[in-house]
Design a protein. Sequence first.
Length: 282
Amino acid sequence: MPTPELISPRSPRVAAARRLAKRNFRGKDRLFIAEGPQAVREAVTHRGPGGEPTLVELFTTVEAAQRYADIVDAARAAGARVHLAADSVLADVSQTVTPQGLVGVCRFLDSPFEDILAARPKLVAVLAHVRDPGNAGTVLRCADAAGADAVVLTDASVDLYNPKSVRASVGSHFHLPVAVGVPVEQAVRGLKEAGVRVLAADGAGDDDLDDELDAGTMGGPTAWIFGNEAWGLPEETRALADAVVRVPIHGKAESLNLATAAAVCLYASARAQRSGARDTTR
């Protein structure tokens, strides 16, 4: 069989994808990189608000094109440009040390905050002052797993499309609405006006998560505000919330990291909401 023609490392398409490693170019092009079979598979099936496909371009090694033929075929069927590339080109475009052979170029997919409010969300994660992209992506994944309706990244938080954030979400970027660049005051005000109770997660909170669950106060629409990894939430943000809630530490650990605390809080709300829904049907 003839050797498949590989895209040149000097191709303008390679250069355009490579520059998406920088935030200013991502913002200018409104494109970002999704790496690996799981993220690319999710991107292939995702559609934007107007029905346009999210995946616009795919770089793949010959070996990966054979291993993940279903993904590559689906990408072509969805109208994405597919480029066969040498391992060195994938390494150049990729942001990982060991690329998995598939690198997709995707359209931005964040949602207007007003659309999230109009959908009357029941469970929302708000990331305020979160600066670590891996943490942001992991919290997004936790919110997705817990069945949250949306995630909001405030204007002081990390870029949603940072490659580390996209990798850490493992495809959850494509599963639920995410609003970006929303001032925390606007986020809290909008959520409250939409009938959502806003809770600030803080290790020094006056209210205990277990007590909230025992009191039956968490069955309604809820938004959790999660703060910076190192210094938590500033006092002015805490003051915006309806309550400041701490996750109880029953053992000797000094604290929980951001993603772990977010998972505990989001799952607690999700369970309380499911229990409340069951109670109303009895």
